[in-house]
Design a protein around this ligand. Structure first.
Ligand code: GLC
Ligand code: CA
Length: 592
C-alpha cells in the first residue's frame, strides 16, 4: 500500500459554488433555515458567570461572556430553565412560567440579554418545560385545595392508587412511584418525574392554550425557539386508566403552527428519546411537526463505537435515522446535562460502554447510564476528545456543545445524581475559577485533580494556540464552512474495517468526505469515494496539508494514526486544471 500525499498550493477551500444547482434544493437557499447548520451551545445561567458576587450565575454575568461565546463561533445559545422555581430539579420544576427567577436577574435583564445576542448574530433558544410544573406552582396549589377549581383538571388525579403506579419512573432507583397521595387534595396525583413535579393534563385544551401563551411570551422577548422537554410524555395520554400511553401527535403540529404564525423562523427542538420507527411521526411527514429532535439513537451508538472501536452499529443508527423531511434537522450531542442514557443499546453493548467509560457504580445512574462528563470518560486523552468532537461535528445534524466541554472540563462524582456534571464554568485561576467572588458558589467549583480549575480554565487556554479551546474554535470555524453536512445526503463508504468510519456528503454538486479511525492502533485503509473517478480523484485536506490522490483505479489509500480524523473536500480534474497542476491534454486523456 502506498499513501499518496503531496503539497498543494494554499488554495481557497471554501465552498466553491454555494448556490449552484438551485433546482435540487427546492426553494430553500443556504441562508434560510438557520437551524440546519447552526452550532448550538447549551448552558445554565446559574453556573455560568456570577456578576453580583452572591454565588449564583446571572444574566449580567452571562452578558459579560457573550463575546467569549461569539469568539468560539457558536451561532445559538440554549438556556436551561431560568424561570421562577424552587430548583429541586435544577429549574425543571417551574413555579412561574412568566418570570425570571430573581436569583438570575429580572425580565429586564433577560431582554437585555436577547438583545445583546441579536447584536452579535447569536440566536437564543430556551427550555420549555411544560410536561409538569413544580408542586409549588399556584395552579397546583389551587388544584389540590379546591376540587371545584378550574385548575383541578389541569393535573391528573385518582381517588385510588392506580395499578402500575410503581412502574414507568423516569428516575428509577431514586424515584419510587409515579402516583403520590396528596392529603389536601385527598387524591393521588400523577408525576412521570419526581414527586414534586406533578404532570400537567396536557390533553386539556386550557392547558394547551396556556402552553401556547408561554411560547408566545418568550418569543416576544427575543428567543428563536424552544428545546421542548420530555416531548413523548407531553403528547402521551395520561390518567389512572391509561396502561400504555397513546401519542397525540397532532399536538406537535399545533405547537409548530402557532410558533410559525408568531415568528416565522422560530423552531422547536424536541427532547424525545424514541425509536427510529416513530421519528417521522415526530417530524411529521410533511415536515409540519418538530423542526429538530435530538438524535439519541446516534448518541448511544456513537458512544458504543468509541468504546469498542466498532462503527457498524453506529452506521446502522445513522441509516435508521436518515429519513427526515428536508426542512427538519437532528440535534447531535455527546454529553448533555443529564446522564448518558444507554437504554437503547443491547445489554452487551451497554456493558462495553460501562466497562470503557464508567466502570464504577458511582459513575452510573438510573440503571441505564453514565453521569460523567466527556473528558474524564475519555481519560483526558486529547486525541480521543478530538476524535469524539470531530465525529459530533461531522455526523448528520446540528452540533450541540455543552458548556465547559470546549475546555475539557471534568466532573465531581461526590455531588448527587446529575449534579456531578453541572459544576460552575472554569474561567480562570482566580478563586472559584473566576466564576464568582462569593465564597459560597451554588455548586462547588472543581478545584482538585487534573480537572481542577488550576489546570483547566478558559483564561489560560485562550493564550495557548494548541489548547482544547482553540482547537474547538478552529473546528467550529471549519464546520461552518461545510454546509454540506447540514444540507446534504450522506453515504457511508466501505473501508474494509469496522474501526474506520468514512462518510461522504453530497450537496449541490459539492462533496465533502470525513474519515475517523476509532481505534487506538494505526490503520491503513483503502476506499473509493463512490463518485466517478474524475470527480473523486483528489481529496483536499481541510485541516492539514496531506491531501490524497486516487490511484488509476480511483482508490484512495490512507495511513491513519490511532484516533485520527480527516476532513476532506472532494475535488477532481476540474480542480487540478484550475490549479494548473495538469494540462488540458492530460485532463482530456484522463477523462477518456
Ligand atoms: C428532562 C430534562 C431533565 C429533567 C427532566 C424533568 O429529561 O433533560 O434534566 O430532570 O426532563 O423535567
Ligand atoms: Ca449572581
Amino acid at each position: 500500500m502506498h499513501s499518496q500525499s503531496s503539497a498543494l498550493p494554499a488554495v481557497d477551500l471554501l465552498l466553491p459554488h454555494p448556490l449552484a444547482d438551485l433546482t435540487r434544493g427546492k426553494y430553500a437557499v443556504i441562508n434560510d433555515l438557520w437551524y440546519k447548520n447552526a452550532v448550538i451551545y447549551c448552558l445554565s445561567v446559574g453556573t455560568f458567570m456570577d456578576a453580583n458576587a452572591d454565588g449564583i450565575g446571572d444574566f449580567q454575568g452571562l452578558m459579560r461572556r457573550l463575546d467569549y461565546l461569539q469568539g468560539l463561533g457558536v451561532t445559538a445559545v440554549w438556556l436551561m430553565p431560568f424561570q421562577q422555581s424552587p430548583c429541586k430539579d435544577d429549574g425543571y420544576d417551574i413555579s412561574d412560567y412568566y418570570a425570571v427567577d430573581p436569583r438570575y436577574g429580572t425580565l429586564g435583564d433577560f431582554v437585555e440579554f436577547t438583545h445583546a445576542c441579536k447584536q452579535r448574530g447569536v440566536r437564543v433558544i430556551t427550555d420549555l418545560v411544560v410536561n409538569h410544573t413544580s408542586n409549588e406552582h399556584p395552579w397546583f396549589q389551587e388544584a389540590r385545595r379546591d376540587p371545584a377549581s378550574r385548575y383541578r383538571d389541569w393535573y391528573i388525579w385518582s381517588k385510588k392508587k392506580p395499578p402500575g403506579a410503581n412502574e414507568g419512573m423516569v428516575f428509577p432507583g431514586v424515584q419510587k412511584t409515579t402516583w403520590t397521595y396528596d392529603r389536601e387534595a385527598r387524591a393521588y396525583y400523577f408525576h412521570r418525574f419526581y414527586d414534586f413535579q406533578p404532570d400537567l393534563n396536557t390533553s386539556n385544551p386550557h392547558v394547551q392554550a396556556e402552553i401556547l401563551k408561554i411560547m408566545g411570551f418568550w418569543i416576544q422577548l427575543g428567543v428563536s425557539g424552544f428545546r421542548m422537554d420530555a416531548v413523548p410524555f407531553i403528547i402521551g395520554t395520561k390518567g389512572a386508566a391509561v396502561r400504555k400511553p397513546a401519542e397525540q401527535y397532532d399536538m406537535l403540529r399545533m405547537f409548530r403552527e402557532f410558533l410559525q404564525w408568531r415568528l416565522g423562523d422560530s423552531i422547536i427542538l424536541g427532547e424525545a428519546n424514541v425509536l427510529p420507527k416513530t421519528d417521522m411521526e415526530y417530524f411529521g411527514d410533511d415536515g409540519d411537526r418538530m423542526h429538530m429532535m435530538f438524535n439519541f439513537q446516534v448518541n448511544q451508538h456513537l458512544f458504543y463505537a468509541l468504546a469498542a472501536a466498532d462503527c457498524r452499529p453506529l452506521t446502522k443508527a445513522l441509516h435508521a435515522t436518515k429519513p427526515r423531511p428536508s426542512t427538519a434537522q437532528w440535534g447531535l450531542f455527546l454529553r448533555n446535562h443529564d446522564e448518558l442514557d444507554l437504554g437503547r443499546l443491547s445489554a452487551q453493548q451497554r456493558q462495553s460502554v460501562f466497562d470503557a467509560f464508567g466502570p464504577d457504580k458511582n459513575m452510573q445512574l438510573y440503571e441505564r447510564g453514565i453521569r460523567r462528563r466527556l473528558a474524564p470518560m475519555l481519560a483526558g486523552d486529547r486525541r480521543r476528545m478530538e476524535l469524539a468532537y470531530s465525529l459530533m461535528f461531522t455526523l448528520p445534524g446540528t452540533p450541540v456543545v455543552r458548556y465547559g466541554d470546549e475546555l475539557g472540563m471534568g466532573d465531581d462524582l461526590r455531588l448527587p445524581e446529575r449534579n456531578c456534571a453541572r459544576t460552575p464554568m472554569q474561567w480562570s485561576t482566580e478563586p472559584h475559577a473566576g466564576f464568582t467572588k462569593s465564597d459560597k458558589p451554588i455548586l462547588p467549583v472543581i478545584d482538585e485533580g487534573p480537572y481542577g480549575f488550576q489546570h483547566v480554565n478558559a483564561a489560560e487556554q485562550r493564550r495557548d494556540p494548541e489548547s482544547m479551546l482553540n482547537w474547538t474554535e478552529r473546528i467550529i470555524r471549519m464546520r461552518k464552512e461545510v454546509p454540506e453536512i447540514g444540507w446534504g445526503d450522506f453515504t457511508v463508504l466501505d473501508t474494509g474495517t469496522r474501526a474506520v468510519l468514512a462518510m461522504r456528503y453530497d450537496w449541490r454538486n459539492n462533496s465533502v468526505l470525513f474519515v475517523h479511525n476509532l481505534d487506538a492502533a494505526p490503520r491503513e485503509v483503502a476506499f473509493s469515494t463512490g463518485l466517478r473517478s474524475e470527480n473523486g480523484s483528489l481529496l483536499v485536506n481541510l485541516l492539514a496539508d496531506d491531501h490524497s490522490r486516487a490511484d488509476a483505479r480511483g482508490r484512495h489509500y490512507l495511513l491513519l494514526e490511532g484516533y485520527a480524523y480527516r476532513w476532506y473536500r472532494v475535488g477532481g480534474l476540474d480542480y487540478l486544471l484550475k490549479r494548473s497542476e495538469i494540462s488540458v491534454e492530460q485532463a482530456i486523456k484522463r477523462r477518456e
